[in-house]
Every structure is written in structure tokens, then in C-alpha cells.
Write a protein that binds this ligand. Structure first.
Ligand code: PLP
Length: 399
């Protein structure tokens, strides 16, 4: 018998659960794009987006997904042949490096594996070795969604400064914005990218690039910049259409305005960060207990290196794939697939999954996912330690 009928839950790291309010806000007739309320709404969204990133500087909005955000960042930062130092701890760091290379940028990778945060000393060493200062920017993922590793952004800023290198610091916060603390100005981040469909709880389709005054000044002559991707007019338009280099993404803006209101003016950003930390803690506690009696482990052993919005884990013997299938078919919960942790054809390929706890999620959703996972382990005979749900409930009880 299955127990999947009822409201399904997509617990994958993007698109995340969309609040009904956001969807309802989108359900309206097309607005005038040449004047009226949409213009005021857009100005408010711009101000709110700066608050979410904790910056006073600039933001450009694009009709794009996360890959578009990378391309926007690359186009505005670099000239053809420029060098980027890319810190890699998962598929998304690698994805940004490849995006840069495809545009004619030389990507110098510093690979930290899939279980560890970037070591600031190695970044400083790579910058010191760049004697003729050809590295224009350091690209780093805040939380790599594939591995769930979180990098220490202030420590990387300190490493750049300590090396005395002028490189800009560019951060991919697509998986973390609104979930893990991000203080763009205080942390000395020069460029930040995000997208609508993760912590910002809005359907896929909007990408954001925040940039500092310094990034704007330093990249004035970047020759990869093309009219559509140029951030200047989007961040400081003299006509409304320049915000989007054409027709506004009207309904996405309606949705986003609602989600930003929920995040900033109802829950509050700090409370949202605390909620994600607590929910992540329930997931980590459950996995720790399961791991006591089976081939089950969190991907990132060091809690200081774990993102609060997604958890990657291993369940050996192909257990991860079997469990994902069971949860979806029998219980109405879809977990994330493992991404970039083992090659297809490798015996370990079915051993990885990800649990998202990102955006519009609360205790009953995340604790519900954990109990369903335990039910699946029982049904499938996957060996696991006892007490996982108790441990998760205990973490939630302290929140
Ligand atoms: C989701 C994600 C991306 C890619 O976003 P798409 O919308 O799938 O193009 C890039 N970086 C990170 C960290 C992500 O989580």
C-alpha cells in the first residue's frame, strides 16, 4: 500500500516550496509596463533585494536562472583572456568555472574536494603566486548545493587582503541567500549572485547580481559585457524598461514582492536564518543517529562547513536511490538526487541523496521528511541506527 495521496512535497534544493501567497500574488491580469503601480513595486523590490543581501550598493535583475546569473557576473567582471581564481567544493563551483571558460576567461581552479570548505591559506598562496596580478576576481560558492559544503566568506576576504592582491571577491549565494547569513558589505563581497527559486521562494526565472562600488569602478572596461547583460542600466535605469533591458518579468515581480515581504517584514531575515539553522540541525541529528547502525553518513563531517539550506548524505549499497524512490512513490516526498558525488557507472552512483530544507519550510515539513525516510529504511531493510527521530525532535524542541 502507498501513502502518497495528499499534498506532495518537493524537498529538492530548488525549485523550493513556493508559498501559496506568492503563487496567488502572481495570479492577476497583465499590468501596464509603461507606468503605474508596477514601477513603484519594482523600486521597492530593488530596495528589498539590497536588504536581503545586506548591501547599500547596487543590484541588477535578469530574466534568467542561476546559470544566467553566472553569465551576467562573468560578462560584467571580465575581459577576454582575464584570469579567475575559482574555489571548488562541488559541481556548482565547477559549473561557474566552466561558464567562465566558455566565455574566454582563464579559470584557475583550487579544488578542495567535496567534503571540505575552502582553505583560505591556499587561496592566499594562489594569489601571492600571481605576481603580475592577472587574476581579476576570486569566484567562490557560498554553499555548494551539490556537496552542501559552506565556505567561510569573511575568511576568504581576509585571505585576499592578506595576500595584498587587488582581486575582486565574487560569491555564488544561489543556494544560501535568505537561508544562511550573508552580509555582503560587512564581509567585503564585491559581487554576489542569486536566483529566485531557492531561499527566495519564487518560481525559477529571475537572477540577481549585486555589485559593489569598487566592482563597478574596477570593471569599467570589461570587454565581455554585451548590451543585454550589462549591469549599468539595470542597476541605475533612466527609463523603466532598462531595469530588464526590455519587457519586465511582470508576474515574477508580483511573486517576488510577496516573498520579500514575508522574509523581510514578517519573519525577519535573522529569524529566517535561525529557522534554517534549526531545521538543518534536526536533519544532521537524524543522520548522526542513523549512521550509528548503518552505512549512512552526512557528506560534510565538520558542522562548521555545512550549509543550512541543503544536506548531502550517503546511504551505501545504493540505499540512497532506493530510499528516494520509496519516499516519492509511497509517501509523496521527493528528495534531491546526488549530484557530482560519483560518476555514472561507478558502483557508488546510487549512494547519494540530498535533503533540502530551503525557503518556505517549517518543522512539520522537515521532521515529516525525516520520519518518512525512517519509514522507508524500515520498509527497504536499510540498516540504520535507532533514535534518529527522537534526536531530531529534541533539536526542534530547543528552537
Ligand atoms: C541552483 C544553483 C545554481 C544553478 O542554478 P540554475 O537555476 O539551475 O541555473 C548555481 N549555483 C548554486 C549554488 C545553486 O544552488
Amino acid at each position: 500500500m502507498g501513502l502518497a495521496n495528499g499534498r506532495t512535497y518537493l524537498a529538492i534544493p530548488g525549485p523550493s516550496a513556493m508559498p501559496e501567497r506568492v503563487l496567488r500574488a502572481m495570479h492577476q491580469a497583465a499590468p501596464d509596463i509603461y507606468g503605474g503601480p508596477l514601477h513603484d513595486l519594482t523600486a521597492k523590490i530593488v530596495a528589498d533585494l539590497k536588504s536581503v543581501a545586506q548591501t547599500k550598493d547596487h543590484v541588477a535583475i535578469y530574466i534568467a536562472n542561476g546559470h544566467g546569473a553566472w553569465e551576467a557576473a562573468n560578462a560584467n567582471l571580465f575581459s577576454r583572456g582575464d584570469r579567475a581564481l575559482v574555489a571548488i567544493n562541488g559541481s556548482f563551483g565547477e559549473g561557474w568555472a566552466q561558464s567562465a571558460e566558455a566565455m574566454g576567461i582563464v579559470a584557475e581552479r583550487v579544488d578542495f574536494g567535496r567534503q571540505s570548505a575552502a582553505d583560505p591559506d591556499r587561496i592566499a598562496a594562489a594569489l601571492r603566486a600571481d605576481k603580475d596580478r592577472r587574476i581579476r576576481a576570486v569566484l567562490v560558492t557560498h554553499v555548494d548545493t551539490a556537496s552542501s559544503v559552506r565556505n567561510d566568506i569573511p575568511a576568504i576576504r581576509a585571505a585576499i587582503d592578506e595576500a595584498g592582491h587587488p582581486a575582486l571577491l565574487a560569491v555564488d549565494a544561489i543556494a544560501s541567500l535568505g537561508c544562511d547569513p550573508m552580509r555582503m558589505d560587512a564581509w567585503g563581497v564585491d559581487l554576489l549572485v542569486a536566483a529566485s527559486q531557492k531561499g527566495l521562494m519564487t518560481p525559477p526565472g529571475l537572477a540577481f547580481v549585486w555589485f559593489s562600488d569598487r566592482a563597478r569602478e574596477d570593471t569599467k572596461t570589461a570587454d565581455l559585457r554585451t548590451p543585454y547583460w550589462a549591469w549599468g542600466p539595470r542597476a541605475a535605469p533612466s527609463e523603466y524598461y532598462q531595469y530588464f533591458c526590455g519587457t519586465a518579468p511582470t508576474h515574477h515581480l508580483f511573486g517576488l514582492a510577496e516573498s520579500l515581504k514575508m522574509l523581510l517584514r514578517e519573519e525577519g531575515l535573522e529569524a529566517a536564518w535561525a529557522r534554517h539553522a534549526a531545521l538543518a540541525g534536526t536533519v544532521w541529528a537524524a543522520f548522526d543517529a542513523w549512521g550509528q547502525g548503518g552505512e549512512i553518513a552526512l557528506n560534510v563531517a565538520n558542522p562548521a562547513w555545512r550549509g543550512a539550506s541543503v544536506t548531502a548524505a550517503r546511504i551505501g549499497g545504493g540505499g540512497a536511490n532506493l530510499l528516494r524512490q520509496w519516499c516519492e512513490e509511497k509517501a509523496g516526498v521527493t528528495l534531491g538526487i546526488g549530484l557530482g558525488m560519483a560518476e555514472p557507472g561507478d558502483a557508488a552512483h546510487g549512494d547519494f541523496l540530498r535533503v533540502a530544507h530551503m525557503g518556505h519550510v517549517n518543522a512539520h515539513m522537515t521532521l515529516g521528511v525525516l520520519s518518512v525516510m525512517e519509514a522507508g529504511m524500515l520498509a527497504l531493510g536499510i540498516p540504520h541506527g535507532k533514535g534518529a527521530l527522537d534526536a531530531a525532535a529534541k533539536v526542534a524542541s530547543h528552537a
